[in-house]
Design a binder for this molecule. Structure first.
Ligand code: NAD
Length: 333
């Protein structure tokens, strides 16, 4: 099979590429390198630096491709209320461009990476049958992409699956990005002898999963029959931790004298956001092997090997006002 992965230099895209290569498939992909790291791209994958919004380029790159995984996105939920134009372009316009090119090239299945942000104001735990209720531009953009896909795929007869990954951690995640990836940011800071910054009281709860536990089930979306048009949450619903506990775990593993710096809540940040994993268990026998402790240990090893990095404020804030976090306005990381 020929698999095309957008955002292949990113965290999820590069691990997916490795997994498909290991399964003996032919892998190609593109990335505009606005996030991710070029070193993430596996040597055996055919790689093109390209922007997914460039429809003609996508049409060229998806020629002869069987399956498309659309992982490219500006996956910045918190930032999306402050840089909505940038986030929307790289979520909505990028998705429509790649969907359209894939249909034109008669791609057999399109796997769309959505986000837990699609559920927004729904009651937790979020299940796939809930009506989306996103409450920020990132979530609205992801749902718009889903709707565009459902519409165009139905009209033109392309099979598709919607993946809803959430809070996945692991090596290759960008750790010098001040706008996202809380565990990676904390490790990068503590390894520099700096205290982590926590928004609000740190009692907001999350459920993290390790990349190796999720990538195998994600690859199944390429070929399994009987899942056309289905939505699947991907991630566990067991080991919940608060952001404070996450900081404590990292500090424990680094033997770091933890005294977090607390700052004002970010607008729209939810206290408890978790998805049900019932459906993915039922369809694919999804089960995690890695504990949070084991996952964090792998990330620490990765960041130590590559070396700590200064944070790169690579996205401009479009809206700067009293609601904009000081960490971003004043570049505090
Ligand atoms: N990692 C998670 O826990 C998680 C959670 C929810 C949703 N997702 C979704 O999964 C997908 C992959 O996430 P990730 O964690 O690997 O993010 P990532 O930032 O590591 O990877 C995304 C990649 O897309 C690239 N990109 C962005 N805009 C592009 C464009 N216009 N053209 C070409 N390349 C572009 C970036 O350079 C980056 O390498 C995203 O759609 C994200 O919204 C991930």
């Amino acid at each position: 099979m020929k698999i095309f992965i957008s955002g292949i230099a990113g965290f999820l895209g590069s691990h997916l590429a490795d997994a498909f290569l290991a399964l003996g498939h032919q892998v190609s992909g593109c990335d505009n390198l606005s996030g991710g790291y070029i070193e993430n791209v596996p040597a055996l994958a055919e790689f093109t630096v390209a922007d997914v919004c460039d429809f003609r380029k996508m049409e060229e790159l998806t020629h002869g491709v069987d399956i498309v995984y659309h992982c490219a996105a500006t996956a910045y939920e918190g930032l999306s209320v402050f840089s909505p134009a940038h986030v929307t372009r790289n979520i909505v316009e990028a998705s429509v461009s790649l969907i359209s090119a894939s249909i034109q090239n008669r791609v057999k299945r399109f796997v769309y990476c959505s986000s837990m942000a699609r559920y927004g104001k729904n009651q937790v735990p979020f299940s796939e049958d809930m009506t989306p209720a996103p409450c920020d531009p990132y979530g609205i953009g992801k749902v718009t992409g889903e709707q565009m896909l459902a519409n165009l795929a139905k009209v033109h007869g392309m099979s598709y699956v919607i993946a809803v990954p959430h809070n996945i951690i692991g090596p290759r995640q960008k750790y010098d990005d001040p706008y996202r990836n809380v565990a990676s940011i904390m490790i990068n800071l503590m390894l520099q002898g700096r205290q982590p910054i926590i928004y609000g009281d740190g009692n907001q709860k999350r459920c993290f999963s390790f990349i190796a536990d999720d990538v195998n089930v994600l690859t199944r979306f390429a070929l399994d029959s009987g899942i056309d048009g289905e939505i699947f949450n991907i991630g566990p619903d067991e080991e919940f931790v608060t952001i404070n506990q996450l900081a404590e775990e990292i500090a424990f593993q680094l033997d770091f004298p933890l005294k977090p710096v607390y700052m004002a809540d970010r607008p729209q940040e939810v206290r408890l956001a978790n998805c049900s994993a019932d459906k993915i268990r039922r369809y694919f026998g999804y089960k995690t092997k890695y504990t949070l402790r084991a996952g964090i240990a792998e990330m620490i090893k990765y960041i130590k090997e590559r070396g700590v990095k200064p944070f790169e404020y690579h996205i401009d804030l479009e809206i700067k006002n009293e609601k904009t976090p000081e960490t971003w306005k004043n570049k505090l990381f």
